[in-house]
Design a protein. Structure first.
Length: 188
């Protein structure tokens, strides 16, 4: 008994090619995973090239502002714990459950800091956004005339206010999102 071959349509050919490209892209990302410092250096270089493009072209300030807001949002997600203690505490108070609070005594349970946005996803999203912003800076449709100093001042105010709130949250719930100075074992 003969098994009929599946019909080759343009849709299946496109699907096969996109699947192949997606696998190659994922393989490249997997290969870059251990090289944290080099990944971030590349992202900073790409961001500097983008800023130079904006400065020398004297336009696309809306694209730069939008990119700045997006990067600020990613950074805040990177700093926040995956399980927000304030939300857990509020839920515990509503239910009358006191066990939902953070450990305060030596014999309480230790919970390690887990980020809401892991470092690799932060890097990947930031790099992709910078690349998209750079591409958008070559199309005149995105060059909306604005008074750029207002955008810069507004972004700085937004940055200061959100970081102040985040730092107050970190102090109130006693967590540190960075691992500077923590003991690391296994290194020679």
């Amino acid at each position: 008994m003969d098994v009929p071959e599946p019909e080759q349509t343009p849709f299946t050919a496109v699907t096969a090619q996109t699947s192949k490209l997606a696998r190659q892209y994922q393989t490249s990302l997997d290969a870059l995973t251990p090289y944290t410092t080099y990944r971030w250096i590349g992202t900073v270089v790409l961001l500097l090239i983008f800023f130079l493009r904006i400065v020398f072209a004297q336009g696309w300030y809306i694209v730069a502002y939008t990119l700045g807001i997006y990067l600020l949002n990613l950074f805040l997600l990177f700093l926040q714990p995956k399980f927000d203690p304030s939300l857990t505490q509020d839920e515990g108070l509503e239910d009358g459950d006191a066990s939902a609070s953070l450990p305060t005594k030596q014999d309480d349970e230790f919970r390690p800091f887990i980020r809401r946005l892991p470092e690799f996803k932060f890097w990947h999203s930031a790099t992709r956004a910078i690349a998209i912003g750079f591409v958008c800076s070559w199309f005149s449709v995105f060059d909306i005339p604005v008074f750029w100093p207002v955008l810069v001042v507004y972004w700085i105010i937004l940055f200061v206010l959100t970081m102040r709130r985040q730092i107050q949250h970190m102090i109130k719930y006693r967590y540190v999102p960075f691992s500077f100075g923590k003991t690391r074992y296994g290194r020679s």
